[in-house]
Ligand binder design. Sequence first.
Ligand SMILES: Cc1ncc(C[n+]2csc(CCOP(=O)(O)OP(=O)(O)O)c2C)c(N)n1
Ligand SMILES: [Mg+2]
Length: 559
Amino acid sequence: MAQTVPTVAQYVVNRLADLGIDRVFGVPGDYAFPFDDAIEACDRLQWISCANELNAAYAADGYARVYGASILSTTYGVGELSAINGVMGSKSQRLPVFFIVGSPSTQIQRQGLVTHHTLGDGIYNNFQAISSAACCVSANLTPDNVIDEMERVIREALHQSAPAYIIVPMDYALMPINGKPIKGSSITGIKRSKSDPASLEAALTFVMGKINSAKNVVALPSNLVASYGLVDQFLEFLNQSNMAYATSPMAKGLISESHPNYLGIYCGLTSAPEGLNTVIEDADLVLDIGGLIPEDINTGNWTNHLAAEKTIVLGDHFVKLGSTVFTGVSLEDILVGLTKRTGRLEKLQAPKKLAKLPLVGSPADATNSANFYPRLQNMLRAGDILVAETGTCMMNMTPMLLPEGVGFQMQTLWGSIGWATPAAEGICMANKGGRTIVVTGDGSHQLTANEIGAMGRYGIKPIIFVLNNAIYGVEIVVSELGHKYDDLPNWNYSQLPAAMGCHDWFCTKVTTVAELDKAIEKINSFDGASYIEVMIPASESQPVPIALQHHVYKANIPA
Ligand SMILES: Cc1ncc(C[n+]2csc(CCOP(=O)(O)OP(=O)(O)O)c2C)c(N)n1
Ligand SMILES: [Mg+2]
């Protein structure tokens, strides 16, 4: 029987499904109908209709963090522009998100008809540059170019580990492709970048020379190791070399924090355990694996001081120490090469270890941060992924030691509040091995709480903690008390899931330690989604001294 030729939309969707991605996050729209139909018809993909495109972008971001790549689908203009903030976040986190947009048909464009979702100016590419800016590669597909262009887009998105923008006019999307379709493989089997053999040899010899002549070496892996799909290679290198390692906040939970070589979180003066910054900065050699992002929160407000002359950056496609640079080398080949060549090193020792948080609070005590976080830490088990929203909870969870096999995700650099709730949806769908537990402030949650309806609809089982202090607490910490703009409308959070159709969820509001303990006991024995509103006193959020505020903002505002 002759095989039917796929349409452009069918080909795109199936070529992306070859990567092993099993969901598409998005919102349907008429210009994207050819894609929406192709996704619905594809038995390897499930359409996840999100509450809005921003949520969809956050969910796609979460999915890509766990699986390695994801798909986001929106309509033209109104849809894609709503998604941009989330896609930019994925770009900052170095995540390959395939961002598919359906646009008005070229039939309409050639007639010069003014159509909906445009500015009424008869111009149809007003938004392409905006959407493309959130991506590392973009393609305008036609039946003639779709096969080649999809290979280029996939290769580039994986090579750079960043989003890709794919736009197709509605008529082209429905036309059969011209040429022989390509069947791709799952991302786990794809080598994302190759090395120049001579440069690789030179770089490995150089790095090994430095490692062998150093008395103590420490590894500092960045989040790029995860984005690039190199966690296993990093772990093998660590086990083979016996090298001690710390992570910056952005790379927290990259591998299990119960690893015997784990030292803690390195971010200058806010490192955990305290004093770890000195241990790292006093080492003879630091291997910055992936490239540390010197952002404020990731560096304790730039209080880290890594000497350039003893910090080797193993970048995605380069190795650099001071002015010595090797290019054309892939991080994967460097990690694998170092693993083959390294001997077992004397492990760098740190005087202090990260300890578990003390379990404080009596049953009748009101819930607060001091008694909440140790209980959160205690409930974690192997396979769980803990998701932290931007805000006070991120500050509390970054230094928290994670038990064996617990993953961690947050959006330190981009820091767009509201990310965590939909991101947890994507993480939950990609995390086949355990629970997804999200902690969010109330203010952040108010931006994207409507995604709970989609979570219920698709039957996923996240565990959601909403910290109700009725304010944008962290803003008060970095400014002064008393601004009305930091107050929040008073929502009945624990009633939200039921209102959004999540009738089999365990939902409750806790005000005391006894209630919190009971809720956690229930969560741990319950095979379903949970939603816990935890009351936190607003008084915990106090402004930091003005001198520190000036330091944070590198400002010197006259009194
Ligand atoms: C999209 C976006 N808008 C605004 C901000 C500024 N912002 C950063 S944290 C924050 C408040 C977070 O409050 P909440 O989630 O209630 O956390 P809390 O610190 O009170 O626990 C705001 C408004 C941001 N980071 N992102
Ligand atoms: Mg709050």
